[in-house]
Design a protein around this ligand. Sequence first.
Ligand code: AP5
Length: 196
Amino acid sequence: MVNLILFGPPGSGKGTQSANIIQKYGLIHLSTGDLLRSEIGDKTPLGLEAKKFMDQGQLVPDEVVIGMISSKLDANPDTRGFIFDGFPRTTAQAEALDKLLALKKTSISTVLSLEVPEDALIKRLLNRGLTSGRSDDASEDVVKARIVEYHSKTAPVADHYAKFGKFKKVKGDGTEEEVFELLSKELDELVGEKVQ
Ligand code: AP5
């Protein structure tokens, strides 16, 4: 199996590039942000609880997202691999993911981190907020809170995977096509090695 973590701050292009990667490599896309927004849309108790955190630009508690990912892994036993988008976002989530994958006799293949300057992130998200209806894109204060949360809680996840030589930075501020070409260079090699 090929298990990719697409890493990077809010607005770095994880969702956009996940769509391209799924199409080319046939991996299953697991986005905790999308899963949470679906729960909110369905007005489930989990969604209503998560919304309180998301609207403030804060992370949802670890046990909620770990539980969601665990059931998605169980629901897709025969896939050639997963692309994790927006997960793991804390070191505790990374440790939990490693354990869940080990139970399935697999592991993270690589972490590709999209590097985009902060002013470009803010611009992209405020711009998307004009049309997307995402409440966490609507104000500059919430967008900035998400970036602060990323630096304090999510950035350390890089060290967790760098320890195992599995963390790689990719320039994320080119056009969508340019960024996908850089990601493909990494993945062509990996998919060639790991998926028959
Ligand atoms: P989540 O949905 O994961 O949002 P995020 O990480 O903040 O990321 P975004 O979706 O905003 O950005 P992205 O990197 O996917 O970029 P995109 O491709 O969309 O999380 C939302 C919230 O849910 C969190 O704040 C938290 O509360 C909660 N949550 C989720 N996961 C959690 C977890 N594991 N633990 C705890 N809480 C969790 O692109 C952004 C914009 O830029 C788009 O408009 C796009 O068109 C544009 N764009 C993309 N690429 C380019 C490019 N190359 N050039 C120009 N524009 C571009």
